[in-house]
Write a protein that binds this ligand. Structure first.
Ligand code: NAD
Length: 290
């Protein structure tokens, strides 16, 4: 079993971004700029936002964090997004999800200008990505592809099983791995909560690559996988004792895997790295750079 180390891969990708940024600054351009909107005081969101800001610094970007109280109205938030959309000094905008229950997340996502939507959640980017056109690819799914590429894992022609169909992970990774992309051309089965258990097991037991994003600790057990599987564990679950675990029973499953992502230190790091790549792309688009 070998680890797909998201920390090593992310550091390498962010260092590549920083080299490009240094070149642009040396030629007289301003730094790329990412703005993050954070609503309320959801502890995991605080930690995700912090790692994004730290990563911006490593990539050579400027960043701004706009905080709103839990009680902010949807219209106030939409007004802030409209202002950032119109501000030429911001290249990329993220609204950290989840937002409070009285705010419709889809209205928020739809309000972000597609050219600043570095999370890749706006229908324009999601649609373009699905059609195989140039787009900001949803960051977690893009990060997974970058990790597979970094470790030279063959995806083309493989049988991939995705567990979970969320708009932010399961659905986009199933599309990206099956598309005719540089990291794609796999045969993909997308499973979800309504997939009968026997069908799920049939699929996972013959999968070459499994991507699991369900949010249930220990969901993937050793009897569900074949020897040599590549396991991508997207889950981030905090246990009562405070430790972070994924959706895979790592201790027992890892010995059957050819490659596996750790949690923490796997996909989470790659999500942030993919955001840096997307922000650089937004900046390059802004300045007509290639
Ligand atoms: P979600 O919580 O929106 O949805 C869970 C998905 O799991 C649903 O599509 C559901 O159909 C599926 N599911 C639930 N029970 C199932 C079952 N018994 N069999 C098959 N499918 C089942 O999903 P999400 O937002 O993608 O989050 C999933 C996990 O990934 C969470 O732990 C979350 O914290 C984590 N996450 C991590 C990152 C990262 O950067 N590493 C990014 C996003 C989400």
């Amino acid at each position: 079993m070998k680890l797909l180390d998201g920390k090593i891969c992310a550091e390498s990708l962010v260092a590549d971004v920083a080299v490009k940024v240094n070149g642009y600054i040396a030629s007289g351009l301003r730094k790329p700029h990412m703005t993050v909107i954070l609503v309320g005081d959801h502890a995991p969101s605080e930690s995700y936002v912090k790692s994004k800001i730290v990563s911006c610094r490593k990539a050579g970007f400027d960043s701004a964090l706009l905080r709103f109280p839990e009680t902010v109205s949807e219209s106030e938030l939409l007004a802030a997004i409209t202002a950032i959309n119109a501000d030429p000094s911001t290249d990329g905008l993220i609204v950290q999800l989840p937002v409070p229950q009285h705010i419709n997340p889809q209205n928020i996502i739809n309000a972000i200008a597609p050219e600043k939507d570095i999370d890749g959640f706006h229908p324009t980017n999601f649609g373009r990505m699905t059609l195989g056109q140039k787009a900001f690819r949803p960051a977690t799914a893009y990060g997974i592809c970058k990790l597979l590429q970094f470790y030279e894992i063959t995806v083309k022609g493989k049988h991939c099983v995705v567990i979970g169909r969320s708009n932010i992970v399961g659905k986009p990774i199933s599309i990206m791995l099956s598309n005719d992309f540089d990291i794609g051309n796999a045969t993909v089965t997308l499973t979800h909560i309504e997939t009968p258990r026997e069908l799920l097991l049939d699929e996972t037991r013959r999968a070459d690559i499994i991507v699991v994003a369900v949010g249930i600790p220990g969901f993937v057990t050793e009897d569900m996988v074949k020897e040599g599987v590549v396991m991508i564990d997207v889950g981030i679950n905090r246990l009562e004792n405070g430790s972070l675990v994924g959706d895979v029973d790592f201790t027992r499953v890892s010995s059957k895997c050819s490659w596996i992502t750790p949690v923490p230190g796997g996909v989470g790091r790659m999500t942030v790295a993919a955001l840096m790549i997307n922000t650089l792309m937004a900046y390059q688009n802004n300045f007509d750079l290639t």
